[in-house]
Design a protein around this ligand. Structure first.
Ligand SMILES: Nc1ncnc2c1ncn2[C@@H]1O[C@H](COP(=O)(O)OP(=O)(O)OP(=O)(O)O)[C@@H](O)[C@H]1O
Length: 487
């Protein structure tokens, strides 16, 4: 709070400080202590000039929220203090400091500003808050959206038909009510979950600008939450989250931390109980989110679960053709011979991301060498990708299933903290297989094996590698397991 003495100026400044104290007092009395401390505890008066009261807050989010919801009230309270206060302007503190060079907050006459300093922006006239403006507030905290991820650019196929239909229904029918809540889409990597989630977000923003839609990756959700704690605006952040119409959370498997998961759970409960839509995407079904709070898992399991599978040949071909057409827009004349397309369709079988990667590589090669694309060239250029594709085909859950069956232990035991040798050894073999047959990182494998640390996984991988070198029977056993998994 800004006190008169903190201003270091006398006279008018003291009058302004008294006015600010009264405005704060009335805000507190009208809104209650909780709401007041939520939004206004960190607000300062930076400057009063030409009838405009320049207020500052610690974050962009607070600025937008206060401007959208409380600007009229603030202005009315200041206007009641006298004709010297006609308008209010709210800025983010650091931005405001950069804009107004002088630290003498209440006394910054025009002449005192250095010529190099830009003049403060003209104060925005007081105006009623439009619904669309309130909805746009969430653009500030949303994760970035890729403009190419639209329904028009999404290729429909047998493997994704249900997910696409559900996403379309949310995008088209949300105005008329919530149908399935939460909607939970899962698949292995690169199958178009993010594309679909962003497509429906784009569609709603374009066709229902009044709706408050928030798209966040789990990592952004965590970041925003931690940031709000640091700027003492956590209550405000939570309150804002609970006012949205549609919450879209991507890459749910990365939501870590007990407090954050609990907060997420409260938010989802509030939204669903208020008949507002929640959509979540992850790389596995809720029951397999091992590090997730049990309440979150059960809430997510209670909605509509849809899996996107690997694309069939026809879908792969359409994704490749779409990608070639998009590439040709900025590389005029770019085309790919049919036998090369057939080659990619046959050999890159796992995901849309790999198919796009194949086309991007060919385009890059073509651009750099100027050589015409041929089958031989494609075979060489895409060799890695095809090998990688083979590697990615194996899923951790398949490894856990095959290993538990082979060693006659349950999957729960594999994921548990039990340390008897009959369980520890199969668990270590399963971790070793996960490292050699998938592209998952050590921390990711650790998380999938009951939330273990990456050093535990590393230890298991090294131990099995050592044993393989000296134990012929084990080497054969592992070969058998690998063949079963790759079949
Ligand atoms: N059916 C599809 N139609 C068009 N493009 C697709 C399709 N499936 C995947 N893609 C493309 O493949 C790339 C990867 O897709 P996306 O990022 O949406 O996958 P994801 O399932 O979210 O993967 P991850 O789990 O790694 O986040 C994107 O560029 C996307 O446009």
């Amino acid at each position: 709070m800004l006190e008169a003495e903190a201003c270091g100026v006398a006279g008018a400044a003291v009058g302004h400080a008294d006015a600010w104290a009264r405005v704060r007092g009335r805000l507190k009395a009208d809104l209650g202590d909780e709401v007041f401390s939520c939004w206004f505890a960190g607000m300062n008066v930076e400057q009063i000039e030409g009838g405009t009261v320049w207020l500052s807050v610690p974050s962009r989010f607070l600025k937008t929220w206060i401007s959208t919801h409380y600007r009229d009230k603030l202005a009315a309270l200041w206007q009641a203090e006298g004709p010297a206060y006609r308008k209010v302007e709210v800025s983010v503190r650091s931005a405001m400091r950069a804009k107004v060079e002088t630290p003498a907050r209440f006394a910054a006459p025009e002449a005192a500003r250095p010529a190099s300093a830009p003049a403060p922006r003209a104060a925005v006239p007081l105006r009623p808050v439009a619904d669309a403006a309130s909805a746009r507030l969430f653009d500030d905290i949303s994760s970035p959206l890729d403009p190419r991820y639209t329904f028009e650019n999404f290729v429909e196929g047998a493997s994704n038909r249900l997910a696409l239909a559900a996403a379309r229904q949310v995008a088209d029918g949300s105005a008329s009510g919530v149908k399935f809540n939460p909607l939970y889409i899962h698949s292995s990597v690169g199958q178009g979950k993010t594309h679909l989630l962003q497509a429906l977000t784009h569609r709603l923003k374009a066709e229902h600008p009044e709706m408050r839609v928030l798209y966040l990756t789990a990592e952004h959700f965590m970041y925003r939450f931690v940031q709000s704690l640091q700027t003492q605006s956590a209550l405000a952040f939570k309150e804002a989250l609970r006012t949205i119409d549609l919450l879209v959370i991507d890459d749910m498997q990365f939501l870590h931390g007990k407090q954050i998961q609990q907060e997420f759970c409260h938010t989802v409960n509030t939204l669903i109980d208020g008949a507002r839509q929640v959509i979540v995407a992850a790389d596995r079904p809720p029951v397999e989110l091992e590090t997730m709070d049990e309440r979150v898992r059960s809430r997510l399991s209670g909605g509509l679960l849809i899996e996107i599978g690997a694309p069939d040949a026809a879908t792969r071909r359409s994704i490749i053709e779409r990608r070639i057409a998009l590439t040709a827009q900025h590389m005029p004349g770019f085309s790919v011979p049919d036998d090369v397309i057939d080659f990619i369709v046959r050999n890159v079988t796992t995901s849309g991301r790999d198919l796009e990667g194949a086309v991007t590589r060919l385009a890059g090669h073509n651009q750099l060498t100027g050589l015409t694309l041929s089958l031989t060239m494609a075979e060489t250029t895409l060799k890695d990708l095809i090998r990688v594709t083979d590697t990615r085909r194996v899923k951790i859950e398949d490894i856990q299933r095959v290993v538990s069956k082979h060693y006659n232990v349950s999957k729960q035991d594999l994921l548990s903290s039990r340390r008897t040798r009959s369980i520890v050894w199969p668990r270590q073999i399963a971790m070793y297989l996960a490292k050699s047959l998938t592209l998952r990182s050590l921390p990711e494998i650790g998380r999938r094996f009951g939330g273990r640390d990456h050093t535990t996984v590393l230890h298991a991988v090294r131990k099995v590698e050592e044993m393989i070198g000296s134990d012929e029977a084990l080497t054969q056993e592992i070969e058998v397991l690998k063949r079963m998994l790759e079949a």
